[in-house]
Ligand binder design. Structure first.
Ligand code: NAD
Length: 513
């Protein structure tokens, strides 16, 4: 680890050997059990974090609720100024934070830096947004009346995040929530708690420098039990949860039972349709990066390629050839394309998925397998695999969070490919590779892709923060990041003002006294 400058990065980010895992701004405390964070890169124990007890949680919520009372009255552009300063700090610490993301989560250093860049980008977006949190004005049916709508801060936003984007998902939520006047309580994944400590240190300094209530940003740590403290808590009007469909179904029901709002960003089963009019070279680059980038652990990873029979062999051979060039190894070494999976449980799920695919009749084109020996001591490195399969296979219907790419064939028109692409329970990202306008437009039409993201001549992964991000069906329906995704972090109020001396009632109702 030392050879890649990890120790220095940890020092710059204020991550110690043992960290108190509950925090209100710069105040860290906590007496819960410790969570040990091992790097999937080399299997080494990086550091420990104490988890949050129900008593710790109460302290957090009391302070966060109080901080909200103050923060909600700070003018939105001034809140934007705080987010601007936060973005500046992220620029300064981009390299160490990118490195920690890479070392604790296992994605490549380039992708770690990319993730921090997303944080910076959402801050910039949120700063501009802080002057644009606007509602509409309407014409009243009553004379001498004005009607308009406005958006007010919502309250304490609970954020539950997944291991695979251990820092960006928090920032997508917080940058918007903060300019909207909310305060945030974050529970990072128990697999990446150190990324949580590092991020909290960064924002705590900004809050402290500006003498703001530090409860604006709080951190809690632990597994699903700590997450449940928030889903069951009536003081949290919005729970934003990113993770598996299994988790989302539980969180959605708990939050709905108390009529709270939930923003769900769940699993994907993303496909690229390759039509006879596709640019094959672009297709290969898009598909291979989509399938093996982040070792197949992106919610938008390409899991299925739906290829027209007329070009099936050509595309298949080109992709199989490209896989031969992939270098698997330490993600901090920039010569490698593919890093490790998050842990050995994920490796087991990968192996089981390949066995199941074969059992269901799949044809293994590029064999997978777990790598052993020097450089692979963590036991988390696997070979990206390719399987010829059918969309109806149970295993193809599932999201296996690993680099397994299924090749599916279609015949006839593009509508047959679209039917396969839509024929899964998830609805996150989708793509078509074609130079045929009719096919592209059909794919984007009301009868086309049913996903939250639909791309033409781009792969499924790698979204920009300017657009709303999220998916339909069992992906959960939530939207984060750009466009008008901010609205979920606020409460809408319709206001009617009468500036006359009469009191006309709506709908012409007469009520004489
Ligand atoms: P996970 O569901 O195991 O855990 C996610 C988070 O939920 C963790 O913080 C976990 O502690 C918490 N959690 C789990 N059960 C809970 C419960 N009952 N109550 C409250 N909190 C609970 O997911 P993971 O393995 O960390 O991440 C991978 C998954 O996340 C994949 O399915 C991936 O597609 C998805 N993901 C989706 C998006 C998106 O934007 N749609 C983005 C990133 C990841």
């Amino acid at each position: 680890a030392a050879s890649f400058g990890i120790n220095k990065a940890l020092e710059q980010l204020g991550v110690k050997e043992t960290n108190l895992g509950t925090s209100i701004g710069s105040e860290f405390f906590g007496t819960g059990e410790t969570i040990a964070s091992y790097s999937p890169v080399d299997g080494v124990l990086i550091a420990k974090v104490t988890s949050t007890t129900p008593e710790d949680y109460e302290k957090v919520m009391t302070t966060a609720t109080k901080a909200f009372m103050e923060w909600r009255t700070v003018p939105a552009p001034q809140r934007g100024e705080i987010v601007r300063q936060f973005g500046e700090k992220l620029r300064e610490l981009k390299e160490p934070l990118g490195k920690l993301v890479s070392y604790e989560m296992g994605k490549s250093y380039q992708e770690g830096l990319g993730e921090v860049q997303e944080m910076i980008d959402i801050c910039d977006f949120a700063v501009g947004l802080s002057r644009q949190l606007h509602g509409l004005t309407m014409h009243s049916e009553r004379p001498g009346h004005r009607m308009y709508e406005q958006y007010h801060p919502l309250g304490v936003v609970g954020i539950i995040s997944a291991f695979n984007f251990p820092v960006a998902v928090w920032a997508w939520n917080t940058a918007l929530a903060w300019v909207c006047g909310d305060v945030c309580v974050w529970k990072p994944s128990e697999k990446t708690p150190l990324c949580g400590i590092a991020c909290q240190n960064i924002i705590a300094e900004v809050l402290k420098n500006n003498k703001l209530p530090e409860g604006i940003s709080c951190l809690i740590n632990g597994d699903y039990k700590v997450g449940e403290l928030m889903t069951n808590d009536k003081r949290i009007p919005l729970v934003s949860a990113t993770g598996s469909i299994r988790m989302g179904k539980i969180v959605a029901q708990k939050v709905a039972a108390r009529l709270g709002k939930s923003l769900l960003e769940l699993g994907g089963n993303n496909a690229i349709i390759v039509t006879p009019d596709a640019d094959i070279k672009m297709t290969v680059i898009g598909a291979v990066f989509g399938a093996v980038g982040t070792a197949g652990q992106r919610c938008t990873s390409t899991r299925r390629l739906i290829i027209h029979e007329s070009i099936y062999d050509q595309v298949k051979n080109a992709i199989v050839d490209a896989y031969k060039q992939l270098k698997i190894g330490n993600p901090l070494d920039q010569n490698n394309h593919v890093g490790p999976l998050i842990d050995t449980d994920a490796v087991e799920m990968y192996e089981k998925a390949l066995q199941k695919a074969q059992k269901e009749g799949g044809n293994i084109l590029v064999a997978g397998g777990v790598l052993k020996g020097e450089g692979y001591e963590s036991g988390c490195y696997v070979k990206p695999a390719i399987v010829e399969a059918e969309n109806s296979f149970e295993i193809v219907q599932e999201e296996t969070f690993a680099p397994i790419l299924y090749l599916l064939k279609y015949t006839g028109g593009v509508e047959n490919a679209i039917a396969q692409q839509n024929g899964v329970v998830q609805g996150l990202s989708s793509a078509i590779m074609t130079n045929n306008l009719r096919e592209a437009e059909r794919f984007l039409s009301a009868a086309g892709s049913d996903c939250g993201i639909a791309n033409v001549n781009i792969g499924t992964s790698g979204a920009e923060i300017g657009g709303a991000f999220g998916g339909e069906k069992e992906t959960g329906g939530g939207r984060e990041s750009g466009s008008d995704a901010w609205k979920i972090y606020m409460r809408r109020q319709t206001n009617t003002i009468n500036y006359t001396t009469e009191l006309p009632l709506a709908q012409g109702i007469k009520f004489d006294l």
